[in-house]
Design a protein around this ligand. Structure first.
Ligand code: SF4
Length: 294
C-alpha cells in the first residue's frame, strides 16, 4: 500500500500519487505515460486522469507496480483494471502486468496455446492474475530468460504444475529444481513455433525466445531506445560480458521477427526488414561502445 505520508513532492496535486518507495522500474510510465513520468530516479504523477481511459490506465499502472508505490486518495473500484491482465498485445500474446519487486519490475508475457499456455518469465504471484490465468486454461510451461527474472516461478509451478525452462548457466540455488536446463549456445526448438536462442552477455545463461518468427521475447538482452530511435542493449547493466552480448546480438541477425518484447526497456513493433536494420544499428552502436568503454 502506498503511503500519503511518503508522497513525493514532484506529484501534481490530486487523487493519484507516487510515494518514495518507488524503485524507478519504468512500468507505470510504459502503461500510463499520460499520467506518470520520470523525475530523475523515480516516477511521479504529472497529469491526473481526466477521462475514463486515463483512469483505467492509472489503475492498471497501480496494479502493475512491483512495490505498491502508487496510491490514490479516493477509494476506487478496481475490478475493471484487475480484469485486464493478462492484457492482449497481439493475437495469442499477452502482457501479464503484475510485476515483481524481485525482478525489479520486469514485464512477463503469456502465449495462449491450444496445447497449453506458456509464460515467459515470472510475474508476481498475485491472486487476481492467478485467477485470470486459471480461467484461460492455466500454465503448461514457464520459459525463463535469465536468472534475474525468475520471481515467483516456484509458486506458479506449485499452482499449475508448469514445466520450467532455464539455461543451465543461469541456474542458482533457488532454481536448481527447474525441470529443463538446456546448455550450450545452439538454438533449441522447444515446441512447434517456439525456439530458445541462448544469448549470453547480460548474464552467462541468458536466452531469448522466438515465437512463430514474429515475437521475440528478449528479457534483458535487447530493447527499444526511444531516445536513440533504434534497438539497444543495457551497457551499464551487463553483468557477464559485453563482448559476448555483442556476439549474441550478431547471431540474432539469422532470425526474422517483428516484435521485441523485453523484460526491462521499451517494446517495439516494426516490419521485419526494418527490425533487422534496427538490429544492425544496435550492433554497430555496441561495437562502438565496446571500443569507447571496454
Ligand atoms: S511502477 Fe512503481 S516502482 Fe515502477 S516506476 Fe512506477 S511507481 Fe516506481
Amino acid at each position: 500500500m502506498a503511503s500519503l505520508a511518503l508522497r513525493l513532492d514532484e506529484n501534481v496535486e490530486g487523487d493519484f500519487y507516487v510515494d518514495s518507495t518507488c524503485i524507478d522500474c519504468d512500468a507505470c510510465r510504459q502503461i500510463a505515460p499520460m499520467v506518470f513520468h520520470d523525475v530523475g530516479d523515480q516516477s511521479a504523477v504529472h497529469h491526473q486522469p481526466a477521462t475514463g481511459d486515463e483512469l483505467l490506465a492509472a489503475q492498471k499502472a497501480l496494479i502493475a507496480c512491483p512495490t505498491s508505490s502508487i496510491g490514490s486518495v479516493a477509494k476506487h473500484d478496481m475490478r475493471a483494471a484487475l480484469a485486464v491482465y493478462p492484457e492482449r498485445i497481439e493475437g495469442d500474446v499477452f502482457r501479464c502486468g503484475f510485476t515483481s519487486e524481485s525482478s525489479f519490475g520486469a514485464f512477463s508475457y503469456l502465449i495462449r496455446r491450444e496445447s497449453g499456455n506458456v509464460l515467459v518469465d515470472s510475474p508476481r504471484f498475485a491472486g487476481p492474475l492467478v485467477k485470470n490465468l486459471a480461467g484461460m486454461g492455466g500454465v503448461r510451461r514457464m520459459l525463463l530468460t535469465h536468472q534475474d527474472d525468475v520471481a515467483d516461478h516456484r509458486k506458479f509451478h506449485e499452482r499449475f504444475g508448469c514445466e520450467r525452462v532455464l539455461h543451465r548457466d543461469d541456474v542458482r540455488a533457488g532454481t536448481a529444481m527447474i525441470e529443463t536446463q538446456p546448455s550450450g549456445n545452439d538454438p533449441l526448438l522447444l515446441e512447434d513455433g517456439l525456439l530458445m536462442i541462448p544469448t549470453p552477455g547480460h548474464t552467462r545463461g541468458h536466452a531469448v525466445f522466438l515465437y512463430r518468427d514474429r515475437f521475440l521475447f528478449t528479457g534483458d538482452h535487447l530493447a527499444w531506445s526511444e531516445s536513440r530511435g533504434h534497438l539497444y542493449a543495457f551497457r551499464s547493466a551487463c553483468w557477464y560480458s559485453w563482448t559476448e552480448q555483442n556476439a549474441s546480438m550478431e547471431r540474432l541477425l539469422a532470425y526474422r521477427f517483428e516484435w521485441v518484447l523485453p523484460g526491462h526497456g521499451r517494446p517495439i513493433h516494426l516490419p521485419a526488414d526494418e527490425m533487422r536494420r534496427s538490429l544492425e544499428q544496435c550492433i554497430a552502436w555496441m561495437r562502438n561502445g565496446t571500443r569507447v568503454a571496454p
